[in-house]
Structure formats: structure tokens, C-alpha cells
Design a protein around this ligand. Structure first.
Ligand SMILES: [Cu+2]
Length: 138
């Protein structure tokens, strides 16, 4: 039994290794925490042209929304997690994140600048900024 299982495992590991080598670049990972009705960090810097995995984690008992302004305009965003993403004619518009839930957005920012985001739920004064640096910036 073991005699036949081991070579098979090795073959699977070999396949996995091959799969890893052909996968696209690993994203740069960032996390924004929504806690006590504030986003932390409130300022996040990303590099233009680099694939990003941005996780917004809700640690409150309240529902929160992540509403990015212009950051995702004209670029593809892949949204996963247990939030409820909403799209409009300009693309990804907003994601609602349940208590203790998270949303992950994968994208490659391409236009340097400072982008605001906020939570648009009534009475929540939660906001932050994402800076997209041009590749030459230190
Ligand atoms: Cu909120």
C-alpha cells in the first residue's frame, strides 16, 4: 500500500512544483482592517504596475462597506471573500463586508495618484487613502 502511495505522492508534488513555476507573479499583499468604525492603516501605498492582493477585513459587529473612488476605474478587479461586491457601468463600485468577514481584491494599479475610499453606511465616518506610486518613486 505504502509502496505504491509514495511514488504517486512524489509525482503529485512534481506536478505541483511545475504548476507553481508557471503561475503568474505573486501579488504584493496588503491588509486594511475595519475595526471600531475606522480603517487601519488609513494610508496605504501601492506600486503602479505590480499585482496587488488587497484584503479588507471587518473586525466589527457591524456591516461595513469598502467604497473605492476611481482606484479601480478602467482596470480589472477580481473580488473574492464573503463580501457582496457591486458593479456599475464604470466597473467595480463597492463591496459590503459582513461582520468578521473579508473581501479580497486582486488588481494591478496602473495610474499613479492618491485615491480615497470610504464606508458609505449611514453614520459611519470611515475613510482612508491609497497612494499609487509610480515605479520610479522611492
Ligand atoms: Cu462602516
Amino acid at each position: 500500500m505504502i509502496g505504491t502511495a509514495l511514488p504517486r505522492l512524489a509525482a503529485i508534488a512534481g506536478l505541483l512544483g511545475l504548476a507553481t513555476m508557471t503561475m503568474p507573479a505573486t501579488p504584493a499583499s496588503y491588509e486594511i482592517i475595519a475595526s471600531k468604525r475606522a480603517f487601519t492603516p488609513s494610508l496605504l501605498s501601492l506600486d503602479a504596475g505590480r499585482l496587488v492582493s488587497l484584503i479588507v477585513r471587518n473586525e466589527d459587529e457591524d456591516l461595513h462597506a469598502f467604497v473605492p473612488l476611481l482606484l479601480f476605474q478602467g482596470i480589472n478587479v477580481q473580488v473574492t471573500g464573503n463580501g457582496a461586491p457591486e458593479f456599475n457601468d464604470t466597473g467595480f463600485a463597492r463591496v459590503l463586508i459582513p461582520p468578521h468577514g473579508k473581501a479580497e481584491m486582486r488588481f494591478t494599479p496602473n495610474t499613479p495618484g492618491t485615491y480615497s475610499y470610504f464606508c458609505d453606511l449611514p453614520g459611519h465616518l470611515m475613510r482612508g487613502e491609497i497612494v499609487v506610486r509610480s515605479p520610479s518613486q522611492p
